[in-house]
Design a protein around this ligand. Structure first.
Ligand SMILES: Cc1cc2nc3c(=O)[nH]c(=O)nc-3n(C[C@H](O)[C@H](O)[C@H](O)COP(=O)(O)OP(=O)(O)OC[C@H]3O[C@@H](n4cnc5c(N)ncnc54)[C@H](O)[C@@H]3O)c2cc1C
Ligand code: SF4
Length: 460
């Protein structure tokens, strides 16, 4: 059998100078050759690893036959965002983890093939057949938030014949796909094309509407919406609570990435909204968000970028390929290290971070080994910019605006696992507002299941 084909990438020296995409698509020949590695299992385990249940062998077979557009249509039967998923989904933990070829060798490159299918395809092939349900046609459903959970729920409901309006508090649609993940991993034009596709299904998107403030949940029902899906995400940053965290030059990763992505600081001076980045940048945390912040800082001119993480490389939660790309780009990893205090200069700008060495103890509740401080191991490093990327909590606005909505003590909205309904009848929820910060595909899976449950609820 042929070896798994490597995903092509731009060279390190070229890519760190700009925000253009790092990973490149397979060419036709490579895609066909990779697709032919798939043995078309009768009971494909890869599909059970996919939260949105894509017919993986089905679309791969079409690629193997050179039918790219048909392959895309097959994916779109289940997934409204293939170009996004083909780029950012952690396939190594999902479909590819289950692929039978992975037992003795390397799994089929399902993610790269999904991306290939979504490249440069004529728009008229993008609409799968509309599924009309005459009982519910034209019932109005509101979707709150235009991230992957909201987009998927809206697209599926539109395909069932519902009249869907998506309310988004920001001026641009796409959620984290637009304001969080940087251009070099997920170009904005890709997200915009996917949003246009969702609109082409009849979904109306109203931007700059903050549900819970501009309009309440109760008001939406009064306005004739028969059901509501809340996919408002986890956009509230965690902080470390260490002295000096409010010094100038200390950003939350949210603010840092939003200013780069949405305010287009990466296009300065074309856009007059620069972000101040020093020469010595420290990023606290080692998830996808931390890797993105570190790699953005590098591209915006930082000379030294350090990732400071309290566990070892094995526990790093970022996607493996993004970790490897960050390492290739010479981001420095200070592992088993925790920041304890930040010090400023006379003008209040951060200038030093004090760190403490850690060692790994017994596993904690998450199953990962707990970091234990090594007493007396404090040392200081010079910094002029710090980005705190240690996780996000669910956005609290909607829960705060309606006391009927029950939430966990960590802020997540509580839903019935079967029906996806919250404590308010007719209000459903999914994605990061329910799970806490998770993944694009899990948010999409939630949106898909919620659409089915909304349909059941409205057809009862
Ligand atoms: C920098 C970064 C990198 C990431 N990288 C990856 C990755 O590589 N792979 C991966 O799988 N996952 C990644 N993730 C996680 C992934 O993006 C999220 O899990 C996913 O976007 C969650 O989707 P969602 O629809 O629940 O919420 P979001 O994408 O957060 O969307 C929620 C939307 O709701 C809007 N909203 C909030 N409150 C209101 C309100 N009151 N009224 C109206 N609108 C509202 C918000 O503005 C937002 O647009 C990353 C996250 C970040 C921040
Ligand atoms: S498990 Fe792997 S080999 Fe089998 S159908 Fe899925 S992708 Fe193909």
């Amino acid at each position: 059998m042929t070896d798994r084909h490597k995903i092509p990438e731009r060279s390190v020296s070229e890519r760190i100078k700009d925000f253009e995409e790092v990973a490149l698509p397979f060419d036709l020949e490579t895609a066909i050759s990779e697709a032919k590695r798939c043995i078309q299992c009768k009971k494909p385990k890869c599909v059970s690893g996919c939260p949105v249940e894509i017919d993986i062998p089905g679309f791969i077979k079409l690629i193997a036959e050179g039918k790219r557009e048909e392959a895309l249509a097959k994916i779109k039967e289940k997934n409204a965002l293939p170009a996004v998923c083909g780029r950012v989904c952690p396939q190594e933990d999902q479909c590819e983890k289950e692929c039978i070829l992975g037992i003795k060798g390397k799994p089929v490159a399902i993610g790269a093939l999904e991306r290939f299918a979504s490249e440069k395809t004529k728009s008229e092939t993008l609409n799968p057949k509309q599924i009309q349900n005459s009982n519910v046609q034209n019932s109005k459903v509101a979707v709150v938030g235009s991230g992957p959970a909201g987009i998927t729920c809206a697209a599926d409901l539109a395909l069932m014949g519902y009249k869907v309006t998506m309310f988004e508090s920001l001026s641009d649609s796409g959620g984290v796909l637009i304001y969080g993940i940087p251009e070099f991993r997920l170009p904005k034009r890709i997200v915009r094309t996917e949003i246009e596709y969702v609109k082409s299904l009849g979904v109306e998107i109203l931007n700059d509407v903050l549900i819970g403030k501009t309009i309440t949940i109760e008001q939406l029902f009064k306005d004739g919406y028969k059901a509501i899906f809340v996919g408002s995400g986890a956009g509230l940053p965690n902080f470390m609570g260490i002295p000096g965290e409010n010094l100038l030059g200390v950003y939350s990763a949210n603010e840092f990435l939003t200013r780069i992505n949405m305010m287009k600081a990466y296009k300065f001076p074309e856009y007059m909204t620069p972000i101040k980045i020093g020469k010595k940048v420290a990023v606290f945390g080692a998830g996808n968000v931390a890797m993105d912040a570190a790699r953005c800082a590098l591209r915006l001119g930082a000379e030294e970028v350090k990732i400071i993480y309290r566990r070892s490389r094995t526990e790093i939660p970022a996607r493996k390929e993004e970790l490897e790309r960050a390492e290739e780009e010479k981001i420095e990893f200070h592992l088993l290290t925790a920041p304890t205090e930040l010090f400023g200069d006379e003008k209040g700008w951060v200038k030093e971070a004090e760190c403490l060495k850690m060692e790994l103890g017994e596993p904690d509740k998450s199953g990962r080994r707990r970091p234990v401080p090594v007493q007396g191991s404090e040392y200081r490093i010079p910094v002029d910019t710090v980005v705190v990327a240690i996780g996000n909590k669910p956005n609290p606005l909607i829960p705060l605006s309606d006391s009927r909505l029950t939430i966990h003590n960590w802020g997540g909205v509580i839903i019935d696992q079967q029906t996806k309904m919250t404590s308010i009848p007719g209000v459903f929820a999914g994605g990061d507002i329910v799970r806490g910060a998770a993944t694009v595909i899990s948010a999409m899976g939630d949106g898909k299941l919620a659409a089915r449950e909304i349909d059941k609820w409205l057809s009862r």
